[in-house]
Design a protein around this ligand. Structure first.
Ligand code: SOE
Length: 398
């Protein structure tokens, strides 16, 4: 670290949903975990002076600026946290790495494979100079997901045969929901695919330790034109009734694909914002030769486990409550049996990042891991364009 007193001085760009989630985690991490460095929430950056001033005050940042270049140029910032829409991830990240800052970049890493490759190459160069980078796939750090990965790595499922992953939301089912940035390709890169599909791609590659090696996909945009938003372009945006202008939706509303894993398994993935009634439903089931594990985000303190090695008469799905001190991340929280929630995954993410930066280790998911996800997103889009043609996914690190 370039600081004295083992401080890690963070500058964050963006202050909407992810900015708020990250702020909460930065604020909390040293209160919960005993870490080799203390986080200082040095500066927050956003384009709107009034809103970013308010965000600094509300979210607990010492200073604010409307110019991310100025934030990166400050010599009292060690790490830049990129929480902006995807169209600025590459530019901000590349500038931050070039300035010798550690980087945490939200998912998906970029809006294209070309950008993701440039970011991965820059991260590798920076790494040689002791600069660390990480992509924010927070669901890896839900304790039950981390535990799932550990159980698979320990061979508890045997050979992986199937992965069944869905991530379902319904916040744009209403055709009158406005054309927010997440529905514009130039800003978001893709739709449900990159926003929520990226999570289940990363999660399943992480848990199985296997790479998606090829896909066959369909995507659909059910509502092709929407009213323009009144002001805010976030998830809670509203329509300006006095200005009935509309615009084209340029991303997918849903993406469904089947895949092969490089370890020999078959997988299916579904990412949709049109699953009426499903608010934020992420579910992953993995079937192996020795058992099955199931994770459901709506019951994130639990894992379902079927252990086929038990005596036949005792077999059946059991529920593991992942709330005990010997479960991943849990010993620092509450007494046994006390559950945690969505926001804790971000605190765990910051915990691992602070520890890695302070000890000179490489945090995960790396930009190369995130490039691997980007390559899958790209293959899905190409396959869908070609009428579900089988499309190979190359390894990020050949
Ligand atoms: C919106 O679809 C969203 O907030 C995603 O952008 C997040 O990555 C996901 O965690 C929840 O849904």
């Amino acid at each position: 670290m370039s600081t004295t007193d083992r401080e890690l001085r963070v500058g964050m760009v963006g202050y909407a949903f992810m900015g708020a989630a990250h702020s909460q985690a930065w604020r909390t991490v040293n209160r919960v975990y005993d870490l080799p460095a203390r986080v200082r929430m040095a500066a927050i950056c956003g384009r709107d002076a009034g809103k970013v001033a308010d965000a600094a005050d509300r979210l607990g940042w010492e200073t604010y600026t409307t110019d991310w270049r100025e934030l990166i140029a400050r010599d009292d910032i060690d790490l830049v946290d990129v929480c902006t829409p995807g169209d600025s991830h590459a530019e901000i990240t590349l500038a931050a790495l070039a300035a010798g800052k550690h980087v945490l970049c939200e998912k998906p890493l970029a809006n294209s494979v070309t950008e993701a490759r440039a970011m991965t190459a820059a991260a590798a160069t920076a790494q040689a100079a002791g600069i660390r980078s990480m992509c924010g796939f927070n669901y890896r750090r839900v304790p039950a997901v981390t535990m799932m990965q550990q159980m698979v790595a320990a061979g508890r499922l045997g050979t992986i045969r199937h992965v069944r992953a869905v991530y379902l939301q319904d916040w744009i089912v209403d055709p009158q929901f406005p054309l927010v940035w997440r529905l514009q390709k130039d800003k978001a890169g893709s739709g449900a695919l990159g926003d929520i599909g990226a999570h289940i791609i990363d999660l399943t590659q992480f848990v199985t330790g296997q790479r998606i090696s090829g896909v066959s996909a369909v995507t659909e945009t059910f509502v092709k034109e929407r009213p323009l938003p009144a002001g805010s372009s976030g998830l809670a945006a509203t329509v300006d009734g006095s200005a009935p202008a509309t615009g084209q939706v340029t991303v997918d509303d849903a993406a469904v694909f089947l895949a092969r894993l490089d370890g020999g398994g078959l997988a299916t993935y579904e990412a949709s914002r049109f699953a009426t009634g499903r608010k934020n439903a992420l579910r992953v089931e993995i079937n192996g030769s020795l058992g099955t594990l199931v994770f459901d985000l709506e019951r994130l303190n639990e894992l379902e486990f079927y252990d086929a090695t038990r005596p036949a008469a005792e077999q059946g799905f059991s529920r593991i409550l992942v709330t005990e001190g010997d479960h991943p991340y849990m010993s620092a929280w509450w007494p046994p049996g006390h559950i945690i929630g969505y926001e804790h995954s971000f605190t765990h993410q910051m915990r691992d990042l602070v520890e890695a930066v302070a000890t000179g280790a490489d945090p995960a998911p790396s930009f190369a891991d995130a490039l691997q996800v980007q390559l899958v997103l790209d293959a899905v889009e190409r396959s869908a364009r070609l009428g579900s043609a089988w499309t190979e996914v190359e390894p990020a690190l050949a």
